[in-house]
Design a protein around this ligand. Sequence first.
Ligand SMILES: [Fe+2]
Length: 274
Amino acid sequence: MVSGTNFCRCVVFLLSVFIFLTCPGLRAADFWFAQITDPHVGVKYTENNAALEQVVASINKLPVDIKFVALTGDLVNNGADNVADMDLAKSILSKLNKPLYIIPGNHDIIAERAEACASSFKEYFGPLFFKKNCDNVMLYFVTLGMNNADPGIPGYQPLVKMRAAMLADPSKPKIVFQHIPPLNEWLNPNSEFGTPNQLGLWRLLISNYNVKALICGHLHRNQLMFFGKTPVYVGPATGFVGDTRQASYNIYHYRGGRLACVTVQVPDAVQSGS
Ligand SMILES: [Fe+2]
């Protein structure tokens, strides 16, 4: 026979378990997401278009619960102001059955046409900087000054935006998505990141506000590097550009502040002639 005291203890225990399981602030965040990067699609790039189609179909069929797909830039090859290419890209991506969060790369925002490209990209896919909350982990999607040839986007100050966002969520775990990994190549003399000091400031922000990882593209190959002590995951290209031999994308498992990453190659998207 259960005594009154034991019954109370049992109820308290069960209530504690219930609260632990249902309150996201008390249990470790645990979720999966996918990264597509550098598909470089366009009306003229039929192989790249087919590769993105197959990557989308592959993600839709994954047997894990993908919470969102991050596309980390170079969606199109010849600039986001090319309406035919952007219509095509949007049409392929509309087949994804997961939430899509997307930032542009240096092939979306072409240096000589930065303002027009940025304006068009925003019309198709929304703001250049935004944040999302996934299982109490803050996701920051940041369009950044691209490379040495990039004039920057008039009126757009990602460093200011990032600092304000991080001050608003100082201790929450974060994942930052940006197209170009924070290499010296990334220094842009015409933007607010144009000096080593500013790259250092970026490193300080990343280092001091509980950023668990940066997720990038641009290099068209898988690579793990570190920015200070923060891991930087560079994803493989979906499009056939440079050395890409097979369309690929990454899936990530975030659990309790750590990321595990695996690359998925799309078997049917082997480059013709290879
Ligand atoms: Fe690229």
